[in-house]
Write a protein that binds this ligand. Structure first.
Ligand SMILES: *[C@@H]1O[C@H](CO)[C@@H](O)[C@H](O)[C@H]1NC(C)=O
Ligand SMILES: *[C@@H]1O[C@H](CO)[C@@H](O)[C@H](O)[C@H]1NC(C)=O
Ligand SMILES: *[C@@H]1O[C@H](CO)[C@@H](O)[C@H](O)[C@H]1NC(C)=O
Ligand SMILES: *[C@@H]1O[C@H](CO)[C@@H](O)[C@H](O)[C@H]1NC(C)=O
Ligand SMILES: *[C@@H]1O[C@H](CO)[C@@H](O)[C@H](O)[C@H]1NC(C)=O
Ligand SMILES: *[C@@H]1O[C@H](CO)[C@@H](O)[C@H](O)[C@H]1NC(C)=O
Ligand SMILES: *[C@@H]1O[C@H](CO)[C@@H](O)[C@H](O)[C@H]1NC(C)=O
Length: 427
């Protein structure tokens, strides 16, 4: 019997738990009472209705069990009220909550609560918006406070929890993002207006941040495949025409392509160039003539690039040399012949098929009057015969590729010595 008695006491205790009350006045003659619904394990049965008692003389109002607030009207301004709430199941009302005390505002000094307090809950943040109180002429700022509440603590309007975060905001500000919150937790947010003399009544919101959900990796967030069928074709000595096809299938829309181009075999990262194309072709320009390039193409989605395709190689076309043969040297072998030697140009821009040599005894003659000799591209020295003795000769040389002749070297000169005994050449 004693055990049964204790057990039934315990059940009664749970059955008659009461919700907590939050109170606020949006005008001097009103009190809005708000509460969180009881969790089912506390109510032990469906809540059919709530009863709110208030005094000085005892009044009561009842609302349906699906409601979470009621506004008491026609109250006295600047008056102290006591309120409590009791939850009712089919079996009757449970034990009411403790009395909560609330002062209705003074008619002349009231600063009403901000209106239209709205909170958009996310996993880690609450986005709070509001509108000014009905008569907001004297507002100098707003204050916003928030705290985590565990839902079971008793209402205590006079002494808010010590760990509330309070933020002061300028009077023009009508929204605030509270960040760094825990998911699926109950928070209380209050916003109130302030002027120089006083702080107004708060608008209050209570609710939960969103539940934690594993960020789902959408199937289209795989990086796009590289393009297929990359084809390179040299268009000139300094450009390569590149074309490719869209990846055969792609989860993500390809927005751009990145083209990587470098001289074949280079290990010097500063010689690698990157180009961007929105179409499936590009003309790579400013390349070096007669140079083999390695090229690869990458597809880019909106947020990520995929891997590069395999490399294709293509050489730019040959061009005429852009520099003359180097190291031109002249030495008179005798009064009538000169040995000429040289080295290939530094920038042949192709295979040197021949060298062109011009010489003259008169430096101010135009080029076409100079004697014009051609030598095979494999040769780097030659004897020039049938010269006149005791004459200063001027020489210059150019290298030729199949495309054309390059620039001539600077002029060098040689002096043939006087005729020697017994020798007789051209007069
Ligand atoms: C509660 O239920 C009543 C009747 O079903 C309905 O008229 C009322 O709008 C509901 N209130 C809320 C806050 O859901
Ligand atoms: C309201 O506040 C004002 C200024 O503090 C004061 O003069 C007035 O007496 C108060 N009124 C009431 C009804 O308390
Ligand atoms: C707003 O406040 C002013 C000055 O305090 C007052 O004269 C006016 O009656 C108030 N208006 C309303 C709608 O309460
Ligand atoms: C490059 O060559 C390709 C193929 O010969 C040709 O279709 C394209 O128009 C050329 N592009 C330019 C810019 O010369
Ligand atoms: C890489 O190339 C740049 C540009 O041509 C050049 O200045 C640099 O010396 C090169 N570095 C090496 C290690 O070859
Ligand atoms: C050198 O050539 C220039 C131009 O053809 C000519 O005027 C000049 O007489 C020539 N000098 C000699 C020494 O032949
Ligand atoms: C040299 O001869 C070639 C043909 O053999 C000709 O095309 C070229 O113009 C000549 N060069 C000069 C500078 O006269």
């Amino acid at each position: 019997l004693i055990i049964y008695f204790l057990w039934s006491q315990c059940l009664e205790e749970l059955k008659h738990a009461s919700p907590q009350l939050s109170l606020l006045s949006t005008s001097p003659t009103e009190i809005r009472a708000m509460w969180m619904p009881l969790s089912s394990h506390h109510s032990r049965g469906d809540i059919m209705r709530y009863r709110i008692d208030y005094s000085s003389e005892l009044f009561s109002v009842e609302v349906a069990g699906n409601e979470t607030q009621v506004t008491l009207k026609n109250l006295k301004p600047s008056h102290t009220y006591q309120l409590r709430i009791a939850a009712g199941t089919q079996a009757g009302f449970g034990r009411p909550s403790e009395w909560a005390v609330h002062h209705t505002p003074n008619l002349t000094q009231v600063l009403f609560a901000p209106t239209e307090l709205k909170v958009r809950a996310k996993m880690h943040s609450l986005h709070v918006t509001w509108q000014p109180p009905p008569n907001h002429t004297q507002i100098t700022s707003y204050k916003l406070a928030y705290r985590e509440v565990d839902g079971e603590e008793p209402a205590n309007e006079e002494n808010p929890a010590g760990d509330a975060h309070e933020i002061r905001l300028r009077k023009r500000v009508k929204h605030y993002e509270i960040t760094g919150l825990a998911p699926d937790c109950l928070y209380e947010v209050k916003v109130w207006a302030c002027n120089k003399q006083t702080e107004g009544y708060p608008a209050v919101w209570k609710g939960r941040t969103d539940k934690f959900t594993e960020p789902v990796r959408p199937p289209n967030s795989l990086p796009p495949l590289p393009p297929s069928n990359v084809k390179a074709q040299a268009n000139s000595s300094t450009s390569i025409w590149l074309q490719w096809e869209k990846p055969p299938f792609s989860n993500e829309r390809v927005v751009t392509y990145t083209i990587r181009c470098s001289p074949a075999g280079t290990r010097n990262a500063s010689l690698i160039s990157y180009y961007t194309s929105t179409s499936q072709e590009i003309l790579l320009g400013a390349l070096k003539p007669f140079t083999r390039y390695e090229i690869a193409v990458q597809s880019n989605g909106i947020n990520m690039g995929g891997p590069f395709s395999g490399t294709v190689e293509e050489s730019t076309l040959a061009d005429r040399p852009s520099s003359p043969p180097t190291d031109l040297q002249l030495s008179a072998i005798n009064s009538f012949s000169v040995l000429v030697s040289w080295r290939p140009p530094l920038e042949p821009n192709g295979i040197v098929v021949s060298y062109r040599m011009l010489y003259s005894g008169n430096l101010s003659q135009p080029d076409h009057l100079w004697t014009n000799l051609s030598h095979d591209g494999s040769v780097t020295s030659t004897e020039v015969l049938d010269l006149m003795s005791e004459t200063r000769y001027y020489f210059k040389m150019a290298a030729c590729t199949e495309v054309g002749v390059g620039p001539f070297s600077p002029v060098k000169d040689v002096h043939t010595p006087p005729k020697q005994y017994g020798k007789c050449k051209k007069s």
